[in-house]
Design a protein around this ligand. Structure first.
Ligand code: AMP
Length: 119
């Protein structure tokens, strides 16, 4: 069984957060350390640790992340101008919180993706 994460506590209201959206499948709230003018996390209510553990039965819930991303982008006024959706997976992917979540970054022209700059 998956263990409770900091995101579970946010979803349950045990620790405070700026929640923008909540339904039976997902919850969205502001990232505590924003990397863009708008930085929202869209989190599955079910605490699956990462994409590496998803199962076929999770398909509808995972697809719903995109529907909610579009709704939030629309609410923020960026659905036409553009935004970035990111799902980090595992240590090499830069995932810090072991609870599936999609980052929505918006509010201006975003930088590139890829490896960090080497010295
Ligand atoms: P990741 O590296 O993909 O696992 O992203 C985890 C994200 O969770 C980071 O961007 C953190 O800033 C964010 N985060 C961690 N704790 C909190 C919190 N209590 N409330 C909101 N965002 C958080």
């Amino acid at each position: 069984m998956a263990t409770e994460t900091i995101f579970t506590k946010i979803i349950n209201g045990t620790i405070p957060s700026n929640i923008l959206y909540h339904d039976d499948l997902v919850t969205a709230f502001a990232d505590i350390a924003p990397k863009a003018p708008h930085h929202i996390l869209i989190v599955t209510n079910k605490p699956i640790p990462s994409v590496a553990e998803v199962e076929s039965c999770d398909e509808q819930m995972l697809g719903h992340l995109f529907i909610v991303a579009r709704k939030i982008a629309t609410d923020l006024g960026v659905n036409e101008s553009g935004y970035r959706l990111i799902v980090n997976v595992g240590a090499d992917g830069g995932q810090e919180v072991p609870h599936i979540h999609m980052h929505l970054l918006a509010g201006g022209k975003l930088g590139g993706l890829g490896f960090p700059k080497q010295d």
